[in-house]
Design a protein around this ligand. Structure first.
Ligand code: SF4
Length: 391
């Protein structure tokens, strides 16, 4: 990262950075999962992995320091895998390494993903004491048949228990994951999942539409999966938006809903082109205009052997494309003056084609450019017309 630089924008290196830590351990492998995760890792493997992350945090900080001011972490996100399969001590070691080498701001958002049955009141209380202040829990569905079809090992009861125990442990910022387009799901069964989840009042809800990825159990059985059709999946999305609005959630990103002020600050960094550094196998980074990734090989990562792959400096045009593509996913759209500040160009001059679209689909003012509710449904085709990837 010290040798190669991409487009960094007129403001230069931002003072803050998001830190992502990938924890690739799971209790069992879900049928749809193509994330980097393994089952059966023992305590010593986890310890070795944590040690390597701590070393890498120090190494990255040392290299970044050589090229300018070291940013402070204002978000930390433990994703996986199932991070709550690490002990509180292991979380604490990583957070200590981040604090020592980058510093963590007082008001930082520190999230850990958690699966039901991977944590209890005792472990969640310990986790809360390490400074983790936000929990993201994988519910997916309330229906046993759907959860079983996904290969999830928890039931809805386990999810409810985890939410209660997280509240008792002091977590006042909880997110839950919800899936649609999954085997055996109907519009009605999905609406029940959405209503039931909303009534439990997590501060944030992330929705995911199932995609059948190569290399997964689902992909091998793709012809025999009982999946809802495309129209039904579209209706499910509409139903979800309607139900969650009724329960006081606002859709701030195409697939993410939150109570006021509880948007995911870490994920907002991805959608607004901020810097983030990823540690651990398969973790991705975007820093000083360079995108880079770690390989998925967990053992090679532990041994510290050449694990950074795909180093890709992003030039200005590419950075502008990505900024628009990701920013238009947000309900608030793109802030026109922030675009000018960062790229030194007018948004509507750089992407003039967007003016051709009716205000029914795209709302353009001096301050903002965003999709209307109706425009969200055609957003992919509008963006592929407006953006010039591949030129
Ligand atoms: S719990 Fe998450 S990361 Fe682990 S196997 Fe299931 S989907 Fe994949």
């Amino acid at each position: 990262m010290n040798e190669i630089r991409g487009f960094v924008g007129k403001e230069g290196r931002p003072k803050n950075v998001g830190i992502y830590v990938h924890v690739p351990f799971c209790l069992s492998k879900c049928h749809y999962c193509d994330f980097c995760s393994v089952t059966g890792a023992d305590g010593s493997k986890k310890d070795a992995y944590v040690s390597r992350i701590c070393d890498e945090v120090r190494e990255f900080a040392d290299r970044i320091k050589q090229t300018g001011e070291l940013p402070q972490a204002d978000t930390v996100y433990f994703g996986g895998g199932t991070p709550t399969l690490m002990s509180a001590e292991q979380f604490a070691r990583i957070l200590e390494a981040v604090e020592l080498n980058f510093g963590i701001s007082q008001s930082a958002e520190i999230t850990a993903e958690c699966n039901p049955r991977s944590a209890d009141l005792k472990s969640l209380s310990r986790l809360r004491k390490t400074g983790v202040n936000r929990l993201s829990i994988g519910m997916q569905s309330i229906h046993t048949r759907e959860l079983k079809a996904l290969g999830r090992i928890h039931g809805f009861h386990d999810f409810k228990v985890t939410v209660c125990e997280a509240r008792d442990a002091g977590f006042d910022n909880i997110s839950a994951d919800l899936m649609y387009g999954i085997p055996h799901q109907t519009r009605e069964s999905f609406c029940e999942s959405v209503e039931t989840l909303a009534s439990l009042a997590p501060e944030h809800i992330s929705s995911y539409c199932l995609t059948v990825e190569e290399g997964t159990n689902f992909h091998r059985r793709r012809d025999s999966l009982d999946l809802p059709d495309e129209d039904t999946v579209g209706d499910m999305y509409d139903d979800m938006c309607e139900i969650l609005t009724k329960y006081g959630y606002h859709k701030y990103e195409i697939s993410n809903f939150s109570k006021e002020g509880k948007e995911s600050r870490h994920n907002l960094k991805y959608w607004t082109g901020e810097n983030y550094l990823g540690f651990g196998s398969a973790a991705h980074s975007y820093f000083d205009g360079v995108r880079f990734a770690h390989s998925r090989d967990i053992d090679a990562y532990i041994e510290g052997k050449g694990t950074i792959i795909d180093v890709e400096p992003i030039d200005k045009r590419e950075a502008m494309n990505e900024y628009v593509m990701l920013g238009m996913r947000l309900s608030q759209g793109i802030d026109v003056s922030s675009f000018k500040e960062r790229f030194g160009e007018e948004l509507l001059e750089a992407f003039g084609k967007i003016r051709q679209y009716s205000p029914e689909f795209v709302e353009i003012s001096d301050q903002k450019c965003r999709f209307t509710e109706k425009g969200t449904f055609v957003s992919n085709s509008v963006l592929s017309d407006v953006l010039d990837f591949g030129e």
